[in-house]
Design a protein around this ligand. Sequence first.
Ligand code: ADP
Ligand code: NI
Length: 222
Amino acid sequence: MGDSRSEKELQQIIARTEQFVKSELGNDPTGHDWWHIHRVVRTAERLAREEKADLFICTMAALLHDVADEKLNVSKEAGLQKVSDWLAALSLDDDERQHLMEIISTMSYNAGTNPPMRTPEGKVVQDADRLDAIGAIAIARTFLYAGWKGDPIHDPGLPPRDEMTAAEYRQGKSTAINHFHEKLLKLKERINTASARRIAEERHRYMQQYVEQFYKEWEGES
Ligand code: ADP
Ligand code: NI
């Protein structure tokens, strides 16, 4: 089926999926709102061109990647079922469905415990999602999320945690500033593709400078 579909049919599948995703996570307050998806799709498309990955698969995986997020569903399985039901309703090959499910079920950060992505499309979409967690927008998302969770911006009595389980990462008491050390400043080392690494380095430096300035102001040194 893959090659017999016209560009117009592919665009229709994408447009319908966009509507589905908007209705699923439109107002999510945890940093997984529609605009996060929009940015990840744009970045994935850019990386797909540079990395010569399949554009349609990258766009679809980027659109759907957070619909199954554990935070937004009763369970990870329930979330994945939602995605799989949606894909079943579209005119896709079984190969495409399987590939999309593989990407979506394995790309989450999961406290850094998941194995590397298998395909170029998986690498591209995971990089696009990670790039949205590095840089200026990432800083804003982190404070938004911390506010939603009830965490303070900073607390010198709560140092960043070095090693932690997925459950500790998700539930333990922490702060917005700690999240930079526990996750965001580590992401640069976990980027898969050369195209994304260049973008990550620039955004990483920006975030590092931000954190340094934050501590200076905290100590009254700036
Ligand atoms: P993933 O979808 O890769 O599992 P998360 O859902 O954990 O990623 O995080 C998405 C974004 O939400 C992060 O990049 C960060 O900006 C914000 N975030 C997640 N957890 C926290 C936290 N504990 N404190 C502050 N911000 C967080
Ligand atoms: Ni995401």
